[in-house]
Design a protein around this ligand. Structure first.
Ligand SMILES: O=C(O)CCC(=O)C1=CC=C[C@@H](O)[C@@H]1C(=O)O
Ligand SMILES: [Mg+2]
Length: 331
């Protein structure tokens, strides 16, 4: 049993509707250039099981719970049809910024990756300045790479020519986020890894380390888990931003469905990552006036067969599926 509403389907049923695809990326993001995804087919549609390869099974099991929810239960009831989406700008050279932003028509918010290994603060400043020329609201995401002192220095420099909507996971740990928030009151802090990779996703908020919560459907165990968490965060006055985990069109669909079902949605969501792929399992979603429709997406069988992963990778994913299924079975 996964929860009260969703029984755990037998492994054979999961395997019967499974396909592993390998999506080529246009730019390196999160250190990878190919994204592997196991698609599941169930009575309610499709689900996506795609924990990053380095994640251990205990963490990956939440992603399976989410995939099963999508394919066996389907989305929660929406309260809006379209979801505002931010542009996502990888750690590219500033000269490539206009080309990247052109893939997000009408986006009024952009999230810019900073603190990439091997790059300098000058490169971050140039990239953020290039983004500011085109987009009204700018956020940065350091993926926990800065110490508190380094974050202070970088964020002061990055806000010298305009405000930041927030800095996402500037430092790795909760105590560092708390200290930074105290020492730099002018820049709101968003927690990402401190929520999606934490035993207790509310800890960072209780400790006073976050103004905004980035929530991702798959790592948090599904759309309904995100809605429950958003309700708890609202009690602390902390708004959420639903973001992709570098999902295929199927996973992005689950993110959009969760965002469409949230009672309150004040911020643009990080669900425009489909444009980072050269090819996806469904026709790319169109972004109109900075928003995406939360309608259901069905993978296109021709695209899927053209993107199938190598047999040894498929075996690797099926073995991981079996191990995670066993973990959920023991819950
Ligand atoms: O939030 C966005 O704009 C897009 C999603 C995104 O940035 C991420 C997706 C998956 C893995 C991460 O490294 C990254 C993030 O840290 O938020
Ligand atoms: Mg992040």
């Amino acid at each position: 049993m996964i929860d009260d509403t969703l029984p755990l389907p037998p492994l054979d049923e999961l395997r019967a509707g499974a396909a592993v695809v390998s999506l080529p990326m246009r730019v390196r993001f999160r250190g990878i250039t190919t994204r592997e995804v196991l698609l599941l087919r169930g009575p309610a549609g499709f689900g996506e099981f795609a924990p990053f390869p380095e994640y251990a099974d205990a963490e990956a099991a939440a992603w399976l719970r989410s995939a099963i929810e999508s394919a066996w239960l389907g989305p929660p009831a929406p309260v809006r049809d379209a979801v505002p989406v931010n542009a996502t700008v990888p750690a590219v050279d500033a000269a490539r910024v206009p080309e990247i932003l052109s893939r997000f028509p009408g986006a009024r918010t952009a999230k810019v990756k900073v603190a990439e290994r091997g790059q300098s603060l000058a490169e971050d400043l140039a990239r953020v300045a290039a983004v500011r020329e085109h987009v009204e609201h700018v956020r940065v995401d350091a993926n926990g790479a800065w110490t508190v002192d380094r974050a202070l220095e970088a964020l002061l420099a990055l806000t010298s020519d305009g405000p930041l909507q927030y800095a996402e996971q500037p430092c790795a740990t909760v105590p560092e986020l708390v200290e930074l928030r105290r020492r730099l009151p002018g820049v709101p802090i968003a927690a990402d890894e401190s929520i999606r990779r934490a035993e207790d996703p509310l800890r960072v908020v209780r400790a006073g380390g976050a103004d905004v919560a980035v929530v991702k459907v798959a790592p948090l165990g599904g759309m309904r888990a995100v809605l429950r968490l958003a309700g708890e965060l609202a009690e602390f006055g902390v708004p959420v931003v639903v973001s992709s985990a570098l999902d295929s069109a199927v996973g992005v669909g689950a993110g959009l469905a969760a965002a469409a079902a949230l009672p309150e949605l004040d911020h643009a969501c990080g669900l425009g990552t489909g444009g980072l792929f050269e090819a996806d399992v469904a026709e790319p979603r169109v972004m109109v006036d900075g928003a995406m429709s939360a309608s259901v997406v069905v993978p296109d069988p021709e695209r899927v067969s053209g993107l199938l992963a190598a047999p040894e990778r498929t075996q690797w994913w099926l073995a991981r599926l079996a191990r995670c299924h066993e973990l959920l079975d023991g819950c």
